[in-house]
Write a protein of this length. Structure first.
Length: 457
């Protein structure tokens, strides 16, 4: 990246933003509808690109493209629902209301594990709200970004520049965070990445939307349907080879069903089909890189050196010797180990027993991250406690489903070291707009608020 090229990207994005925001929001929604239709036409092709580049299994890759399509549908409806409020004024003959206007240019930094869906969360909302977007994808997924850009270019006509792609790594991420011409930085990635980028944006008093790491937990209660539970745990812990921010990392099982649950998990993990992600039969593909494998092994070796029981976690030689397939690891702990307090981006599941539901909730919450959580129970008292203000402290709290696999209709994100941001559904669109409070006096008098008197005579 040269400074000139970077400046050209910024300028092009600013220029198209100024034109785009003049287009009525429902018409902007029509462009997004056409984009969604193009994604439908290219769904299989785009999914193959995800599988080839990000190494996700076929069904997950297809699901990711579908998520982008769903976001288009959501945004089309939203384009006619960018509502403000009208509030009663305390002054006679006055109207008090709020207006929502586009921010301008949005910078979007995405990770390898969801190379299309997370961009779609941001782009679809940012675009219907009247913004342009500069996208810095993961270096592991540049082809995925090109595939999305090609789909947009086919339907966008004069507005093709609404998506600008900035390839690169850390240097490019820092560049867009430093630049005051970018009105919002939306960044998805590790907690460490967020801690490094946030001060850069904050130094210029810029707006930030962070969706960072998770260290997610599930609680299995005595009344749980174990057939359903094991299935939910397996996908949450092993799906995407444990490389989701919502992957299940910690499992707290009631002592009365602990042995049965662990026995079932061992069998389930043994039966998982690990193989090339382009094969229909594969349930688990490889880790994204050698560094990911080394990090996983470092964590497991640290536990083994403390005589903690580790089942699985070994590398499996499958086809390409340069890829890193691993058997998911079950780590049976008697106490909370230090390794459990941080996130290892790999299929490692810590399992611990508990006696009291309140203790289990405390252990779940007693980490720095706060993204996703779940409880498996058929006891309404336990589920309601889990969802109450005294329960899960995460941004996502599920009952009788795993921690991963969120739908686009709800706001996605978490608390604490997860960053506090919300993307995708609900009212997440407000992140991409600026709020204006407007007071209109349509009377002939000038009363002041709070009864203040200011008589110039």
């Amino acid at each position: 990246m040269t400074k000139k090229n970077f400046d050209e990207i910024i300028k092009d994005s600013q220029d198209i933003s100024n034109k785009w925001k003049q287009v009525p929001a429902p018409q902007r929604g029509e462009y997004i509808r056409l984009f969604g239709e193009e994604l439908r036409q290219k769904k299989k092709e785009l999914a193959e690109t995800i599988t080839k580049e990000a190494r996700k299994i076929k069904t997950e890759s297809l699901g990711e493209v579908q998520e982008a399509i769903d976001m288009c549908d959501f945004a089309v409806g939203l384009s006619r629902q960018l509502y403000g409020l009208t509030m009663p004024s305390e002054r006679p003959n006055h109207r008090l209301q709020e207006l929502w206007h586009p921010l301008g240019v949005v910078g979007c930094i995405t990770a390898f594990n969801f190379p299309m869906a997370v961009f779609a969360w941001n782009f679809c909302l940012a675009a219907v709200c009247g913004n342009s977007i500069i996208w810095k994808p993961s270096p592991h997924s540049n082809e995925c970004a090109k595939g999305i850009k090609e789909a947009w270019d086919k339907v966008s006509g004069e507005f093709s520049d609404l998506i600008q792609i900035l390839e690169g790594g850390n240097e490019e991420a820092v560049s867009i965070c430093k630049d005051a011409r970018i009105n919002l930085i939306s960044a998805t990635g590790s907690t460490q990445m967020g801690k490094e980028l946030a001060p850069i944006v904050s130094a210029r008093l810029g707006k930030l939307l962070l969706e960072l790491g998770g260290n997610n937990a599930a609680i299995v209660c005595p009344s749980a349907d174990l057939d359903l539970t094991i299935k939910g745990i397996a996908f949450s812990a092993c799906g995407t080879t444990g490389q989701r921010c919502t992957s299940l990392r910690r499992l707290f099982v009631h002592k009365d069903i602990y042995d049965d649950c662990v026995s079932r998990l061992k069998q389930c993990f043994d039966e998982l089909n690990i193989g090339c992600p382009s094969k229909d039969s594969s349930q688990i593909g490889p880790l994204i890189s050698e560094d990911s494998f080394k990090t996983m092994q470092k964590t497991l070796n640290s536990l083994k050196n403390k005589n903690v029981s580790v089942i699985g976690g070994d590398r499996i030689e499958i086809e390409d010797p340069n890829e890193y397939y691993v058997k998911p690891a079950l780590v049976l702990v008697k106490e909370i180990e230090e390794e459990m307090l941080s996130e290892t981006f790999a299929p490692i599941l810590y399992v611990k027993s508990y006696e009291d539901i309140k203790d289990a909730i405390h252990m779940q919450n007693n980490v720095k991250q706060g993204l996703s959580s779940s409880i498996f129970t058929n006891d309404i008292r336990e589920s309601e406690l889990f969802l109450s203000e005294s329960g899960s402290d995460c941004g996502i709290a599920n009952v009788n489903i795993g921690t991963s696999g969120a739908e686009i209709g709800g706001a996605f994100g978490g608390e604490k070291d997860t960053g506090g941001g919300r993307e995708s559904g609900s009212d997440a669109w407000k992140n991409y707009m600026r709020r204006v409070t407007a007071t209109v006096n349509y009377g002939e008098e000038l009363p002041l608020a709070q009864g203040v008197e200011f008589d110039e005579s």
